[in-house]
Ligand binder design. Structure first.
Ligand SMILES: Nc1nc2c(ncn2[C@@H]2O[C@H](COP(=O)(O)OP(=O)(O)OP(=O)(O)O)[C@@H](O)[C@H]2O)c(=O)[nH]1
Ligand SMILES: [Mg+2]
Length: 259
């Protein structure tokens, strides 16, 4: 018997949420991968439903990392700045295509003096959210360094990257379109999916986290399918161990179908 309460109704994802802009999306498909949909329908998603995926949120001090997380997890906004000391985390439970899925959102400190504590928590991330302030071009420039630091602690293959501009409420549409050009260029360079949000008004925040949850879920299920596929290959090797079957004994990684 499960001891966890049911997933909140507003955390149920039945459709793949859209990207923010086609020019800087991790992928532009409008539906979940068919293999993932089938696996969910047949309840063959392996351990995905029991796992917790780690997501780290990094970026300069006061760009709005804590406010972004608090808007989504608590539907709250604090206009007073309270620096995060070291790290903090929030758990969010979703249901994606009928399968339970949890994200652990790690809110790290942007202040230099806390950076070495925060960076010890970077390891094991499945997604990295790099945050910058849409009113501060320097914070966008610094995203390169934040990503480099996050990737030092992680295997860059298979990790999902998101670049998020915050405080959209503070700039005019004209200023925003100028900033967006630079942000999209940076997304291409970092190979990250770009989003612009406001934690004050809530604009884009829910859509953004739904996209993070969905793409992380999709990647996890595909990895699980690949793993169970290679186990089956392993069984074939045992049965036919006296034959020299190149394909059956090959340990070569299958291409990721999500790409
Ligand atoms: N107008 C506006 N202000 C925001 C928004 N997001 C954050 N802020 C303000 O920006 C300041 C910093 O926000 P935080 O979320 O604490 O910043 P942080 O990135 O967590 O900072 P560190 O923990 O020091 O790394 C606070 O005064 C917030 O109220 C937003 O979307 N709009
Ligand atoms: Mg903070």
């Amino acid at each position: 018997m499960s001891v966890l309460p049911p997933v909140r109704k507003d955390r149920i994802i039945a459709q793949l949420p859209m990207f923010f802009t086609k020019e800087a999306a991790l992928h532009t498909k409008d539906e979940f991968n068919p293999k993932v949909k089938t696996a969910c329908q047949q309840q063959k998603t392996g351990t995905v439903g029991f796992k917790i995926s780690k997501v780290i949120v990094v970026g300069d001090l006061a760009v709005g990392k804590t406010c972004l997380i608090n808007r989504f997890c608590k539907d709250a906004f604090d206009k007073n700045y309270k620096a995060t000391i070291g790290v903090d985390f929030e758990m969010e439970r979703f249901e994606v295509l009928g399968v339970p899925f949890s994200l652990q959102l790690w809110d790290t400190a942007g202040q230099e003096r806390f950076k070495c504590i925060a960076s010890t928590y970077y390891r094991g991330a499945q997604a990295v959210i790099i945050v910058f302030d849409l009113t501060d071009i320097a914070s966008l420039e610094h995203t390169r360094q934040w990503l480099e630091d996050a990737l030092k602690e992680n295997d860059p293959t298979g990790i999902l990257l998101f670049l998020v501009g915050t405080k959209k409420d503070l700039i005019s549409p004209a200023q925003y379109s100028l900033m967006e050009k630079d942000a999209i260029k940076m997304s291409e360079e970092l190979k990250a999916e770009y989003w612009a949000v406001s934690a004050l008004s809530g604009e884009g925040v829910r859509d953004f986290f739904f996209r993070v949850a969905s793409l992380t879920f999709e990647t996890n299920v595909l990895a699980e399918l690949e793993k169970s596929g290679s186990k089956r290959i392993g069984e074939v090797v045992r049965i036919n161990s006296n034959t020299n079957n190149l394909y059956a004994s090959s340990k070569k990684k299958q291409p990721n179908c999500c790409q």
